[in-house]
Design a protein around this ligand. Structure first.
Ligand code: SF4
Length: 343
């Protein structure tokens, strides 16, 4: 594994192709079979009510706002049925931090889903889990155990943004701290649940602060081995308060370099995702030669990123084509990155 200093040197280097080739070599070591995976799932945003006011977010509505909603269970069931009908294997369900939805609401929903459907529930995020524990008067471990018992299968890495409290204080002052994010993931791993690690970069952080993030997730992976994948993506500024201060979004070069350095530095992660949702299909395709071995989801529905200006769309056939054209074999996977039982 390379050191923090070596990773910093890569970030400061202009040798983009050299960094990409190094990342490609690490990717090949983890995935010598030349497969690039994708998943068919659906992102269901069960509520947009939120009390956190993150400056990079265009999705939330404050409590009492006329455009706020909480989806009824029946609507969620219907969306899941549609997902299954389209060949989907997972549900990624996330929402705002609602002050009145206690753990019983989630238990009832997850149980209801599992009674009706055989589908993987990749739901909530560290800030939501922390919020559910808080509003329900529970410790974190008890809350996660109860959510697991009612049907939660894994937790996405959302809410990580940059795991550096100086950055968090600036962009998401009220949302969970670095330590709270780590505590949720560590506790989930200890209870036998897999999670993903994400990073939203390009929100005005320094390279040192970006490295702090990478170092924290690498250390936790070293400790627990519970992360299935690392998913970096860039801040989308449209319609966000933070967009008034961060005038320029990360460029394709910055994205590819960060993806590649992540792949090289996070050698203890099996999977690194190249994102088409925020970068577009062409940059995503290039990312497959900069360390990415997965293109994420067909994403039947995604409200949070599209609210902030990412409007890329892709069909399964398009994703398979860009993967094949980059020299890889496309394979559908499930949420836990298993491809063996799918086409
Ligand atoms: S990012 Fe999440 S926690 Fe922050 S305001 Fe938006 S919905 Fe709320």
């Amino acid at each position: 594994m390379i050191s923090r200093q070596e990773a910093l040197d890569l970030f400061r280097s202009d040798d983009l192709i050299g960094i990409g080739m190094e990342a490609d070599a690490v990717r090949r070591r983890h995935h010598p079979e030349g497969v690039v995976s994708y998943i068919i799932d659906r992102n269901i945003n069960y509520t947009n009510f939120c009390t956190e006011y993150c400056s990079f977010c265009a999705f939330y509505r404050p409590m009492g706002h006329a455009e706020g909603y909480v989806l009824p269970n029946e609507t969620i069931y219907q969306k899941i049925q549609e997902t299954i009908d389209l060949g989907g294997t997972g549900i990624l369900m996330q929402g705002g931090l609602h002050p009145d939805l206690k753990i019983e609401w989630y238990e009832d929903l997850f149980r209801g889903i599992k009674q009706r459907f055989a589908i993987h529930l990749h739901c909530l995020s560290a800030p939501e889990v922390t919020n559910i524990a808080e509003v329900s008067g529970l410790g974190l471990r008890d809350a996660i155990r109860r959510l697991m018992d009612s049907g939660l299968d894994s937790i996405p890495g959302g809410g990580a943004e940059i795991l550096d409290d100086e950055v968090r204080h600036r962009i998401s002052r009220l949302k969970c701290s670095t330590q709270e994010w780590i505590d949720v993931h560590r506790t989930a791993h200890e209870l036998g649940m897999r999670t993903t690690a994400t990073m939203m970069f390009g929100c005005g952080e320094t390279i040192e602060q970006r490295m702090n993030h990478l170092e924290r997730v690498r250390n936790l992976q070293e400790e627990t081995g519970g992360f299935t994948a690392f998913i970096p993506w860039t801040f989308q500024r449209e319609h966000t308060a933070l967009g008034r201060f961060v005038k320029e979004e990360a460029t394709a070069v910055e994205y590819l370099k960060t993806l590649a350095v992540s792949r090289i530095y996070l050698d203890n992660f099996d999977n690194v995702q190249s994102s088409w949702v925020t970068q577009g299909l062409k940059t995503c395709q290039l990312g497959l030669r900069f360390g990415g071995n997965d293109v994420g989801s067909i994403m039947i529905e995604e409200n949070v990123v599209s609210a902030a200006g990412a409007h890329h769309r892709a069909s399964e056939e398009e994703l398979r084509r860009i993967i094949r054209d980059a020299g890889f074999t496309p394979k559908q996977r499930d949420t836990l990155y298993r491809t063996y039982f799918l086409n």
